[in-house]
Ligand binder design. Sequence first.
Ligand SMILES: Cc1cc2nc3c(=O)[nH]c(=O)nc-3n(C[C@H](O)[C@H](O)[C@H](O)COP(=O)(O)OP(=O)(O)OC[C@H]3O[C@@H](n4cnc5c(N)ncnc54)[C@H](O)[C@@H]3O)c2cc1C
Length: 401
Amino acid sequence: MPHSPRPAPRIVVIGGGNAGLSLAGRLHRARMGEITVVEPRERHVYAPLQSHIAGGAARASRAVRPQGDVTPPGVRWLRDEAFTVDPGARRVHLVSGGHLDYDQLVIAAGIRMDWESIPGLPEAMATPEGISNYDFTLAARASPVLRDLRQGTVVFTQPPEPASCGAAAQKPMYLACDWWRSIGVLDDIRVILVLPDPVPFGMPSIDRELHRILDRYGVEVHYSREVRRVDAETRTLTIGHGSDEETLSYDVLHAVPPQRAPEWIAGSGLAADDDPHGFVDTDPETLQHRRHPEIWALGDAAAVATRRSGGAIRKQAKVLTANLRSVLDGREPSARYDGYSVVPFTVSRGTVVFAEFDRWGAPRPSIPFWRSLSRERRSTWIADRHVLPWVYWNLILRGRA
Ligand SMILES: Cc1cc2nc3c(=O)[nH]c(=O)nc-3n(C[C@H](O)[C@H](O)[C@H](O)COP(=O)(O)OP(=O)(O)OC[C@H]3O[C@@H](n4cnc5c(N)ncnc54)[C@H](O)[C@@H]3O)c2cc1C
């Protein structure tokens, strides 16, 4: 009797954002199986551009494309939302009431902006003075607010880790300062930056450069502080460290909220018991779930012991594809993710300080030996503002870069 061909493995990807689509594109091109991406949104947003939009360096329309247009050819898009995962039954229950069975499951559901965790913050963001690059609508509103300001106090806040490219909170601030300086009003604007750590970033070469730039714009930095509450009526926010508390007044508040994993991940038993933020309990090197070998995770939803970023996802997608191939062929996963990640600081409207590092915070320049990318440069601005968006839409989302 001739053998009937082995059926193609059913691979379900939860989340059609940066991580889910770039992985799905790779898996399809490698002919790994039948790929279904579950994604409820109809439009796909390129989040890094929101910093440029808020800072007045890009139009909002440039960051959005219809989900159907960016889903890689050959990949099935199911417009639905995962409600819970049953790892024992290898089944995803959907919000619509249906379900999907899988042979291999990849969780790429991103991170959740936890605005409600700071009392008063949602109300403050509903006023005209509340802006943020971490929300598409608030980023679009930020642009004219920062552009038209001529005097007053602007407070920028950055949350502690975990966060999606957390230091990107600083990007619109530098862009706005450069604009205010060019039109001669920077001296009339008090710019305050509230940071979670005792340094601007955490790598000596980058911190040196950022200190110089913060001085250049005269930014008043409050280090090692968290935002505790906001009062939209009096336009004040309270920041603190331990028992120290201080109240700051603002005319404009550019806030970035604390972040955590979507709750259904922990609700499905897929997070580690000791992870208060509920990320997928992943082996940070192989990207395989620690307890369920047929489940994988990458991107902002995964616990990968490094700073989260789109740059990190490019490396993770390669490793996950190689390891899934091994497992489908009956071998052990052997590819390793070293925790590479990036933060491009837009320190003016034409220059960037480009931080690239590994899990241990050591520099990891993608162009070997070119460590000076961590200095303020025009070339890295061109890469961040012009080259990367093109690469994202045309190559990364198709699993080609
Ligand atoms: C303002 C900002 C600036 C940034 N700047 C940079 C930068 O300059 N450089 C850089 O490298 N990185 C940057 N990043 C980080 C980068 O954008 C993220 O790391 C990346 O987008 C994460 O991709 P992801 O696919 O994990 O999550 P997302 O792109 O958020 O995608 C997750 C998807 O999962 C879907 N989803 C959620 N729950 C479910 C569910 N239950 N069922 C089905 N689908 C679900 C969501 O709808 C979403 O589409 C920035 C991020 C932000 C927010």
